[in-house]
Design a protein around this ligand. Sequence first.
Ligand code: SF4
Ligand code: SF4
Ligand code: SF4
Length: 269
Amino acid sequence: MDTKRRKFLKIAGAAALAGIGAPAIVKLTSSAAIASEAVQHETAAHGEVAAATGVRLGMVIDMRKFAEQPELLDQAIAACNKVHNIPHFPDRKNEIKWIWKAPYANVFPELESIHKSEMAKKAPFAVLCNHCDNPSCVKACPTKATFVQPENGIVAMDFHRCIGCRFCMAACPYGARSFNWQDPRPFIDTYNAEFPTRMRGVVEKCNFCGERLALGLEPACVEVAKSAGAMVFGDLNDPDSEIRKVLDKEFTIQRNPAAGTKPSVYYIV
Ligand code: SF4
Ligand code: SF4
Ligand code: SF4
């Protein structure tokens, strides 16, 4: 474990112990979520895919709201990039994506039709890892570098365990993972010392902001988009949570349900 990573774990753990931030959010995770890598990995290393019990985090993306305020999605993407040291490579084909924009036809190809709404025709859709309940990426990973955190259902990564085989990328039906073909560090616009950087040959993806949850904060993208109601985040297993209230009220769809991965991200379109 390098010094930066040690410092990061220390900050996150201390803050969680000190109860900094909203208790409701802290309840959704723990310092162990950050130490994802250290603690859960022990479970995963013994060949288990940890079953989600209790809390299962999920997200609702209301595309109607993003379509009304197109700048909001750019701001949410920028917030994620900033807190997670996501590099911007000049060559777009090497792009590292945690949350990004894609056309409806790419996000929901199985629901494509000739006569679709103006929003589906024109608005870019927000896409990120679905933190699936039955994640094919986890099953494909030979080193358990990607695993489910049983306390909240987040599909996490241990960058240090990743050998860059990219089996997880092939297994993910959503293209939610990116590979560092080159050293990302020189391409980080604003360095955040509280989040680890990655290295060449490592896969990465959205982590549902586990490090922020442990500090009592909401995911960075949600913080940007929630006032407009464009993103709602919370415990899918709690019938009284805001996200469940939204899901009870609105008709939602998920990406490629036929893949059987059971996404935790829902869309209102
Ligand atoms: S969206 Fe892909 S990377 Fe994310 S948990 Fe599901 S299968 Fe894994
Ligand atoms: S690239 Fe890394 S995370 Fe993906 S399957 Fe290989 S070791 Fe696991
Ligand atoms: S939940 Fe966090 S890591 Fe995932 S896309 Fe949003 S800001 Fe990025």
